[in-house]
Design a protein around this ligand. Structure first.
Ligand code: NAD
Length: 257
């Protein structure tokens, strides 16, 4: 047990996905009660069951983060059940389509912005009041290296992650006087279902081309490999722990160089 989250209450959106599951389990192993939020009940329940089987405490709340009522609902269920929110991993996201900007359909642009930007905004809007009231709390928004660099063929994704960093800075400054911290992580390439989908998009459905895309992505990483979800989760743990008590409004890059 590297951190002490005993008695803390955490919400993890996208908690059924690769990074969200690793983070949810690690929060639990370090003592937190975890509310796992995801669009997919099946994926979210896998996380919850794994936590409960290991003797931890977790609950699932289904939500589509593009819907404000769903966000209000996961916040209300957490407060009704546990009375507070100490840790919020605002992590749900979608990679969108892999195609050049000039071909990118506007409806997919809107859909991606709705998940990756509006969803993150609404999470902050409805969780932060509880943290401000209790004068403590820590949030990590999952941005991406795509929030810092060009992302050819992923225009909406890159734009959305730049926006997440913008909101992180604003939120961090606004709530700092209340003892609440908001930071972002910027992972490079991480070994999750999302990367399988991105590889397949770059390979245009051809599995050999997808494998070649993976090799190329790995080669662009100085340490030559994808991150494992646990490595991203470990950074998130640091940012929601008291070890980072004077860090807020920041983006921390985790990309193997
Ligand atoms: P993932 O696909 O395994 O998990 C994403 C989760 O988000 C899924 O469980 C999915 O059901 C959920 N989700 C999608 N749309 C939703 C919605 N509208 N409402 C609620 N939940 C929804 O991918 P991951 O790699 O674990 O991604 C987690 C976060 O990390 C995302 O924000 C992603 O953009 C970011 N990220 C991933 C990588 C990578 O290489 N995998 C790199 C940088 C950043």
């Amino acid at each position: 047990q590297a951190f002490d989250f005993t008695g803390k209450v955490a919400i993890v959106t996208g908690g059924g996905g690769g990074i969200g599951r690793a983070a949810s389990i690690t929060l639990s192993e370090n003592g937190a009660k975890v509310v796992v939020v995801d669009l997919s009940e099946e994926a979210g329940m896998l996380t919850v069951n794994e936590i409960n089987e290991r003797g931890g405490e977790a609950k699932f709340v289904r939500a589509d983060v593009t819907k404000e009522d769903d966000i209000k609902n996961y916040v209300k269920k957490t407060i009704d059940c546990y009375g507070k929110i100490d840790i919020f991993l605002n992590n749900a996201g979608w990679e969108g389509k892999i195609m050049p900007l000039i071909d990118y359909p506007a409806e997919f642009f809107d859909q991606l912005m709705s998940i990756n930007v509006r969803g993150v905004f609404l999470g902050l809007k409805h969780v932060l009041p509880h943290m401000i009231e209790q004068k403590s709390g820590a949030v990590v928004n999952t941005a991406s290296g795509a929030g810092l660099l060009a992302t050819p063929n992923m225009v909406a994704y890159g734009a959305s992650k730049h926006a997440v960093l913008g909101m992180t800075k604003t939120a961090g400054v606004e709530v700092a006087p209340h003892g609440v911290r908001v930071n972002a992580v910027c992972p490079g390439v991480v070994n999750t279902a999302m990367m399988r989908s991105i590889e397949s998009g770059f390979g245009q459905g051809d599995s050999a081309a997808a494998e070649a895309a993976r090799k190329q992505l790995e080669a662009t990483t100085p340490d030559g490999r994808y991150a494992e979800p646990q490595e991203v989760a470990n950074l998130m743990m640091y940012l929601v722990s008291d070890l980072s008590s004077h860090i807020t409004g920041q983006e921390l890059v985790i990309d193997g160089g």
